[in-house]
Ligand binder design. Structure first.
Ligand SMILES: [Fe+2]
Ligand SMILES: [Fe+2]
Length: 283
């Protein structure tokens, strides 16, 4: 190993990591501000043509199933509602960040994106099933949970072999070995990035603790932990992250999925939404 990785060096790299695009952060801020009018929100989103195009494309996808064409951002805001709109904006962001090839993890372009979409959709269904309120927020948490891999991916090329070797020898979960070899794992790294992007605490915690939900007081890490584990069971995995994955028993029970029949029933239900969603979200 040439140069020892340190968290400082990685944080330094995070400093250079692209900031949250201005129009995205402004749009999210406007949506969250109760004093904003619809035209404030529309104006913020309209600051980026690409964002407008994506919002309309997503709004018109079969996935959201609106019977007629949505042609303007104002219409999208009114018809979709603010929670869905927010999740569309995060989806645009996530696709830019997660749709890349992740060298250090030997992931193909799109593999992490497919995993993230599956996890997001499963999290949304867990939230719906357990009546957790804003189900779109859980979709976003699932969508972004592995963003730390993008940062670590730049460093892992060298350490990757060692990590894989240790995982298969020790039969320990991947993130534990990641911590052993690097001193921290992708969840910690993702949490730092989310913080730098000023994302809400709900998302920072979901990302930071998705492999250790018992450390958080919030429910979002538990939802993501279960969503992530189910995505892997269903074959929407990424590289070696799926080896020895630990789903929190406590979280499974919390969402009524501890019994095998309940879990199987949920998986077959979710499978249908996933098939519909993939036609749209595929890169
Ligand atoms: Fe993860
Ligand atoms: Fe994951």
């Amino acid at each position: 190993m040439s140069e020892k990785l340190t968290l400082d060096r990685i944080i330094d790299r995070i400093e250079k990591f692209p900031a949250l695009p201005y129009v995205i952060s402004l749009s999210l801020k406007k949506i969250d501000d109760p004093r904003s009018s619809i035209s404030d929100i529309t104006r913020a989103i309209s600051g980026d043509e690409g964002l407008v195009a994506n919002v309309l494309k997503l709004a018109n996808s079969a996935y959201y199933g609106f019977p007629r064409r949505i042609v303007s951002v104002t219409e999208a805001v009114v018809i979709l509602g603010l929670n869905t709109l927010k999740s569309l904006i995060y989806t645009t962001l996530a696709k830019d960040v997660l749709g890349k090839e992740v060298k250090g993890y030997s992931l193909d372009r799109g593999e992490l994106w497919r995993h993230s979409i599956a996890c997001g959709i499963i999290c949304r269904e867990i939230a719906r099933k357990s009546r957790l309120g804003d189900i779109e927020a859980y979709f976003v948490a699932g969508l972004l949970h592995d963003i730390g891999k993008i940062v670590l991916g730049e460093y892992l090329e060298e350490q990757y072999e060692e990590i894989v070797k240790r995982v298969s020898e020790s039969l320990q979960p991947f993130n534990i070995i990641e911590s052993e070899v690097l001193g921290f794992d992708h969840a910690e790294m993702g949490g730092l990035l989310a913080k730098r992007w000023n994302l809400p605490e709900f998302l920072i915690e979901a990302i930071r603790y998705h492999h250790s939900p018992e450390k958080s007081k919030l429910l979002s890490p538990s939802v993501v932990n279960v969503g992530d584990g189910i995505a892997l069971m269903m074959g929407y995995g990424v590289g070696i992250d799926g080896l020895m994955y630990q789903i929190s028993e406590e979280a499974l029970a919390r969402f009524g999925l501890a019994k095998e029949e309940a879990l199987e029933e949920f998986i077959s239900y979710v499978d249908r939404s996933l098939t519909a969603a993939y036609q749209f979200f595929e890169l």
